[in-house]
Design a protein around this ligand. Sequence first.
Ligand code: UDP
Ligand code: MG
Length: 328
Amino acid sequence: MSENIQNLVSVVIPAYNEEESLMECHRRLTVVLSKVEFEYELIFVNDGSSDRTLSLLHSLQASDQHVAIIDLSRNFGKEIALTAGLDVADGDATIVIDADLQDPPELIPVLIQEWKNGYDVVYATRTERKGESWTKKITAHSFYKLLQSMSNVAVPRDTGDFRLLSKRAVVALRALREQHRFMKGLFSWIGFPQKAVQYQRESRYSGVTKWNYWKLWNFALEGITSFTTIPLRISTYVGLMTASISFFYGLFIVIRTLTYGNPVAGYPSLLVIVLFLGGIQLMAIGVIGEYLGRIFNETKQRPLYFLNEYKPSKMSIKSRIDAKKHSY
Ligand code: UDP
Ligand code: MG
């Protein structure tokens, strides 16, 4: 922890259509955080919700000076919502937690304890997934395995976004402005001493997850393409392999024709080979396209999000003034 301590813990909570969970989320966070020895602020990021989320947040802020509201101009997705929260979180430590109460707020004191022990990133790893189908468990598991084996960034398995970040980890994350934000990867990529804490993941408190398999597949693609270019290399090797096999096969045909003459050539085998090669080529172009599309998006250099409004908490304003007082 730095010299210039403000004694503030920021909590970033992305919320997209969470009207049913929001009050309970706020209540449980308040219970837990009022017991820790730090001041705290709850930064709710309204990610373009179409339900009553925003008006609930306004009423929360009216009655609780710990609440800050970031209202994004539309739905940008969880990763960007998180980023917006981290951009304004100026606590000595920042905790990222889902609004649906799948991450138990009760774990926060443990995260804070490990942070005080000197870790910069303390992430919560789930031991058990309640209320999730076995297919989701298996797909999630194999995704982490695949990612681990392909990239040189160790993305911890069975770990969501629920974690604590020290001030310098938050500052490091703020420097990463890429459009394609695979947060779990970014959290690991910044480095610094990291520590895992075990917990049991709950089912959603209310509502339904906004994830489906198509989204998960795209999420996996995002993870892989943001952290490794191995698929590009694989297509090179597959191309090389088919080319050399074809070469030897051609050689074989030439020799056979010279020694045995040329019987009627097989039309089906020809067709199979043409289709096979065509398929491989299209696949390789697709892989290149995935990367090219991302390059395209990054080169536009658009801002990550726009704000409708940001209403800071009284706590963060107060702590900024306090920090100034102590800084000479
Ligand atoms: N979320 C968000 N924007 C979105 C989708 C989700 O801010 O476009 C928030 C959501 O309100 C919740 C968290 O991200 O607080 C996790 O969402 P969800 O529970 O749907 O995902 P899962 O727990 O299945 O990963
Ligand atoms: Mg959830």
